[in-house]
Design a protein around this ligand. Sequence first.
Ligand code: NDP
Ligand code: GDR
Length: 325
Amino acid sequence: MADRKTAFITGITGQDGAYLAQLLLEKGYRVTGLVRRSSTAEINDLRLKWLGVEKDVELIDGDLTDLSGLIRTIKDIRPDEIYNLAAQSFVKSSWQQPLLTGQVTAIGVTNILEAMRIEAPEARFYQASSSEMYGLIQEDMQSETTPFYPRSPYAVAKLYGHWITINYRESFNLHASSGILFNHESPLRGIEFVTRKVTDGVARIKLGLENELRLGNIDAKRDWGHSKDYVRAMWLMLQQDVADDYVIATGVTTTVRDMCRIAFEHVGLNLEDHLVIDPDLFRPAEVDVLLGNPAKAKAALGWEPEITLDQMIVEMVEADLKRLG
Ligand code: NDP
Ligand code: GDR
């Protein structure tokens, strides 16, 4: 097909990368993605396999920290749309690996923007910015105009990525947009993140494989949506004539404790019978409350979330029960 668009996704092996690849394939795109070489390459595309799309995407070896490789890749595939989802994305690990987090999650953004500026300046670019950038700043609802106060090496790195995207848009007239996405989850979520840790833990307790679930700060509040809804917003941003920045959120915030209750109650168990608070799981600095205002995305993109937190947690618990059973 002569008019078939080509997309290039960094982070295609991650949660959002897999759902985005699926969405773009459904829309008729040629989908290409960057994968890091690994000694266990056979499990690299686990999430793409889970969605049944691994044979439909073209995977190219590379790393966000390797500028020359990115330049060659973009020259070869000539993408119409570039989605930069690759990152060291786990907040807690960013205190353990602050330099690596900076090299990938911050400088990596400049690498891919440079590669685009040199080889595909007409392409459209999406940067995966994060609500973690708000950190300490609590307004009624965080929006595109709320100031930032990052609270982790990860959030500091994301702030750099956010501003370099805006700077390249303003300096070089690139079509570069940044999505400030609040937490989003799914059965493909990495097991280290709290929702998936909880749904996996609940499934294990239900099946008699474990008896306790160890967590850190369960008073933290998050605005949780579903990855499938959120990758649709990424695509919509790149279909606009003018590049811009958008908050993507549900507008509802819930404590970790209440999110746990949904999972436990779904299988007829009592949270208090199994929960253990582990001080080692607390973070050096915490983000207490995230609550996003998606009004701009609704007005400009026509975007609204379709899947509720309850529906998503039930889907995740069921997927974990099936996987373990
Ligand atoms: P994941 O952790 O599931 O995926 C991260 C991806 O980045 C993986 O494909 C990983 O590859 C890849 N990656 C890591 N380091 C490198 C590197 N040096 N070079 C190339 N690829 C690399 O994240 P999500 O899918 O959840 O999130 C996608 C993006 O959105 C991330 O940038 C994240 O920070 C951001 N974000 C996520 C939110 C969420 O709630 N999920 C909210 C806001 C922003 P590998 O498989 O080899 O590890
Ligand atoms: P977050 O997600 O840090 O918000 O970053 P995570 O699920 O790791 O933590 C959410 C909240 O739960 C508290 N918590 C625990 N977290 C984990 N992982 N494990 C625990 O045992 C636990 N106990 C309590 C945390 O302290 C925190 O308050 C995610 C990532 O996807 C980022 O990449 C993304 O940018 C942001 O969401 C928006």
